[in-house]
Design a binder for this molecule. Structure first.
Ligand code: SAH
Length: 565
């Protein structure tokens, strides 16, 4: 929830614009501003104050508790010129919020966090807990001082600049082990540990949590690296286990007893077999997704003074191998403002970028310093797909890019055919050429439509022709990708002639070359009037259905509303 605080009429008017824009995200605080800020600070994740920064600094100063707990605070000036990220730039999300407020109110975001300004990721933006000398190590990373990276394994970290390497006085450590950090050492806690937990009915929270914490402590493992608690389905609502997961701030995952029974464990026993149908809960649940058993089953100590003598909880700890991350990112048709913000984020999140050289050139300026670029030329598709997957399997954060949408006649399918289930995959959709062209032409895709690639390099012509014929018979709007190249000059004419068997010669037909690029060109012509010689590989051709009309020079396929007939 975002708390909104204002003092003046101009502030209130701006505040009301945010209320209208984000009705479900905001709460308005009225009355004396001091009291409002105090309440909002306690109740909200973020604050937007239509007040001077000085006033807000004085008001929030006595309320501050620390980077991880304080809400993000954004200040907007009376003249609505600036949205200033004042407090909690990363952890509190104020940098992001300042950008959103700036968008909503038409002012400029002001972000002063050093790491954002330099394009280097802040240690606290990794999404993982960080301890130790965070400020000092961040400074060293930013200042270009040598920083030693000591990671227990290859984790999918974002790119780090060249001064982060094998040696340095400042140390960036990535480990789940407890250690005494040096004065110039920051420790990133990767989500590597899974704690399997079993408990009898009514096991007290303190006994369960106490067992987990003591077990981790004795094994020299950090609770900040615990990614999940795991147990059997029957214990999904057991208060002590649910409460322990909540206190540790991690999800609770549960498994069916049959699944757990199939996992071989060092310490099976009869008691859980009788109670919940598996000879092991803690060890089997911890091991269910694989990994290495670091701490075999341990039992809790009964809490003193409860009169209960028997242990009521068990736990076991497993370390999972890091999973690499493959982001398949569509860059859109060309124009920078048709590249999705999420795509930009993923490009900056990846430490390895794989793509065709001309696409890499399109977004090179967005990459963070230290990104390893693996580019290749046309025709090296197989190599690109394999390389992207093998880098991810080695544990890295990889972005595989493609123009338009990376899944449309592009790299997503060959890459995911190679991929195994030991990596995480995320897709970011892009505006595909058919849509970019449609927006230029008018509304040609207002009813059912299909895309057909005329490239017979990987698809036999008979298959292509059968699909063109089916689209023709079904009266579907067709967009041709890869319509014509120097070596493939007859396919487009053939495809158009098949459509002409079922559509009038004057069916509107749109041709768009380099949609959204600086040299974009387009025309609306007819099925009979299109000269294939004017079409090349930078072009898509969209042929209307029997209802498509040209209206005021634009191509329109009716939606079929009765009021328009
Ligand atoms: N993944 C891409 C398509 C790759 S196939 C996408 O989703 O758009 C390559 C074909 O796409 C080209 O031959 C051309 O027909 C079409 N194409 C790609 N970008 C284009 C653009 N900006 N304008 C017109 N056609 C384009």
């Amino acid at each position: 929830m975002i708390g909104l605080i204002s003092a003046t009429a101009a502030g209130a008017a701006a505040r009301d614009r945010l209320v209208a824009a984000w009705p479900d995200r905001v709460r308005v605080y009225e009355g004396p501003v001091g009291r409002s800020v105090e309440l909002a600070f306690a109740e909200c994740d973020q604050l937007v104050c239509f007040l001077a920064t000085g006033a807000v600094v004085r008001l929030v100063a006595p309320l501050l508790t620390g980077k991880s707990a304080d809400p993000g605070v954004v200040c907007v000036d009376e003249g609505l010129r600036h949205a200033v990220s004042l407090l909690g730039g990363h952890g509190g999300g104020a940098n992001e919020l300042a950008a959103q407020v700036a968008d909503a109110l038409g002012c400029a975001p002001v972000v002063t966090t050093a790491t954002d300004a330099a394009g280097v990721p802040g240690l606290d933006t990794l999404g993982w807990p960080v301890e130790g000398a965070i400020a000092s190590v961040t400074r060293a990373v930013l200042d270009g001082e040598p920083v030693a990276l000591r990671a227990d394994a290859v984790w999918p970290l974002p790119p780090l600049p060249g001064n982060v390497g094998a040696v340095g006085d400042a140390v960036l450590r990535v480990t789940d082990r407890v250690l005494e950090p040096g004065v110039r050492e920051a420790v990133v806690r990767p989500p590597s540990l899974v704690v399997g937990v079993g408990a009898s009915k009514g096991a007290p929270l303190d006994e369960v949590l106490g067992l987990i914490e003591e077990t981790l402590r004795e094994a020299g493992l950090s609770a900040l690296s615990v990614r999940a608690l795991a147990t059997v389905d029957a214990k999904a609502d057991e208060p002590g286990i649910v409460g322990a997961a909540r206190r540790l701030g991690v999800p609770l995952v549960t498994y069916a007893p049959g699944r757990l029974a199939s996992i071989s464990v060092p310490n099976p026993s009869d008691a859980p077999l009788a109670a919940v149908g598996t000879p092991s809960v803690a060890e089997a649940a911890a091991l269910a997704e694989g990994g290495e058993l670091l701490v075999p089953k341990r039992k809790s100590r009964p809490l003193p003074g409860t009169g209960v003598r028997a242990a009521m909880a068990t736990c076991a700890v497993v370390r999972r191998a890091p999973r690499g991350r493959l982001a398949v990112v569509g860059l859109g048709p060309g124009a920078r403002d048709l590249l999705a913000p999420r795509a930009t984020q993923e490009l900056r999140r990846a430490s390895v970028l794989v793509g065709l050289d001309q696409y890499v050139a399109q977004i090179r300026d967005l990459l963070r310093p230290g990104t390893r670029i693996v580019e290749s030329g046309l025709g090296a598709e197989e190599e690109r797909a394999r390389r992207a997957v093998s880098e991810a399997r080695a544990g890295h954060a990889v972005a595989l890019i493609g123009s338009g949408d990376a899944g449309v006649y592009a790299m997503a399918s060959p890459a995911l055919t190679e991929a195994s289930d030991d990596i995480d995959v995320v897709g970011v959709p892009g505006v595909t050429a058919a849509l970019a062209a449609a927006a230029v032409l008018g509304a040609p895709l207002g009813h059912d439509h299909v895309s057909i690639s005329l490239s017979d390099l990987h698809t036999p012509w008979e298959v292509i022709e059968r699909r063109v014929r089916a689209a023709a018979e079904a009266d579907i709007v067709v967009t041709f990708y890869n319509p014509r190249s120097r070596g493939r000059d007859w396919q487009l004419s053939k495809a158009l002639s098949i459509l002409a068997e079922h559509r009038d010669p004057d069916t509107p037909t749109g041709v768009v070359r380099n949609a959204s690029r600086p040299d974009e060109s387009s025309r609306v012509t007819t099925l009979a009037g299109l000269d294939p010689a004017t079409v090349d590989m930078m072009t898509v051709v969209t042929v209307g259905n029997t209802a498509t009309r040209e209206v005021a020079g634009r191509m329109v396929t009716p939606r079929g509303y009765r009021w328009q007939s």
